[in-house]
Design a protein around this ligand. Structure first.
Ligand code: HEM
Length: 118
C-alpha cells in the first residue's frame, strides 16, 4: 500500500527550520537585484545616489531593512546548521541549534532596532 505524507512531519522543528531557511533564502535573493540597482545609481553621479538614499530614509524602508537583517541572521544560522549536518558527525548539538538560531535572529533584530533609534 502506498503511504501518503501526513501532517505529523510538519510538527517537527526541523520542518520549520527548513521553511524558514527556504523563505529567508528566497527573500534575500529577491532583494539582491533591487540592491544592485540602488547601488548602480552611483553611475549617474553622487547626487543621484544621494537622492535615492534620501528617498529610503523613511519608516517603511527601515522596517524592510530590519526584516532583511533578521532574515539574514536566521538564514546564516540555518545554513551553518545544514553544513554541520552535512559535513560533521552526528551530535545532539543540532537540535538545540534551531533554538539557538531563533535566539540569534531575535538578538540581531533587537540590536538593529536599537541602532535605528539610537
Ligand atoms: C549568510 C551566509 C549564508 C549561509 C551560511 C548560507 C547557507 C546556505 C545553505 C547551507 C543552504 C542549503 C544548501 C543545501 O540545500 O544543501 C542554503 C540555501 C539557500 N540559500 Fe543560503 N546561505 C547564506 C546566505 C544566503 C544569501 C545572502 C542568499 C540570497 C541572496 C541565500 C539564498 C539561499 C537560497 C535561495 C537557498 C535555497 C533554499 C532552499 O532550497 O530551500 N543564502 N544557504
Amino acid at each position: 500500500m502506498m503511504r501518503t505524507n501526513d501532517f505529523r512531519a510538519r510538527k517537527h522543528p526541523a520542518y520549520w527550520a527548513f521553511l524558514v531557511h527556504r523563505v529567508s533564502g528566497l527573500a534575500l535573493a529577491a532583494f539582491l537585484p533591487v540592491h544592485f540597482w540602488a547601488m548602480g545609481q552611483a553611475i549617474y553621479g553622487e547626487a543621484a545616489l544621494d537622492e535615492f538614499i534620501r528617498f529610503t530614509d523613511r519608516a517603511l524602508f527601515k522596517f524592510g531593512e530590519w526584516g532583511l537583517v533578521v532574515l539574514l541572521a536566521l538564514h546564516m544560522m540555518g545554513g551553518v546548521r545544514l553544513l554541520l549536518i552535512e559535513f560533521r558527525p552526528w551530535s545532539g548539538l543540532r537540535k538545540n541549534w534551531i533554538a539557538g538560531a531563533l535566539g540569534f535572529g531575535a538578538a540581531a533584530g533587537m540590536a538593529f532596532a536599537l541602532a535605528l533609534i539610537g
